[in-house]
Write a protein that binds this ligand. Sequence first.
Ligand SMILES: [Zn+2]
Length: 267
Amino acid sequence: MLTAVILSALFLLAIVVLLSRKPRRQAEGIPEHKPDYKAILQKEVLFYRQLMEEEKNDFAQKVASFLEKTRIEGIGTEINDKDRVLVAASAIIPIFRFGNWRYKNITNVILYPDTFNHDFQYSEGERNIMGMVGNGFMNGQMILSKSALHHGFREPGGNENTAIHEFVHLLDAADGSVDGIPELLLNNISSLPWIKAMEKEISRIEKGKSDINPYALTNEAEFFAVVSEYFFEKPAKFKEKHPALYEMLDKMFNPENNSIPHSHIKY
Ligand SMILES: [Zn+2]
């Protein structure tokens, strides 16, 4: 009897030792080395390549800072520096012109190999979700399909970028409600013209007269996320096809280039 107790104690000890041997940093999804963020950004991210040298330093700094505070994990898939940098770039692109503004509602980003379903299963059954941001028990978490993440940065890509889409939902959520009316971005601008422009485009999409992904019809929050993806992915095309919407999104995402005093942006 005593032998059995000792043996099982030893067995448990062995398990504990084996488990703790795995490098902690790696287990926590933090790379053990400091990757060359600028080299990866230069190779993979068009938005970054088009920045001025000084802005590139700023962008890379923000990517590094995001990755220090946010845990990126792969489930069912190995992830590498490129995956981490693409997630961080997707986070920074929408807020790049907002000074030191930071997301407050994100602690973890989980990458699944491919699309997943509502039960977070990625290997069988219905799989159509490319990304989601959590609320309730999922608060602070984002799930992304790794293949959709990569697809968003592939060139020449379409109008879509799943990861940017999800981070735009977080921006929208910063005022307490994910409703397609980002008060943070509409600061000191009446939200009425934005709501009107949204309604107008929604009716064009409904009539099949718009090249905006009909997923935008789901609700105002999805509309805002879908047009924002397009705005960042294909700015020239978006400006040409949707000049009024472009002007509004430009005011929201590039406040310094426009007439809103920078000091009026809430951080
Ligand atoms: Zn969405």
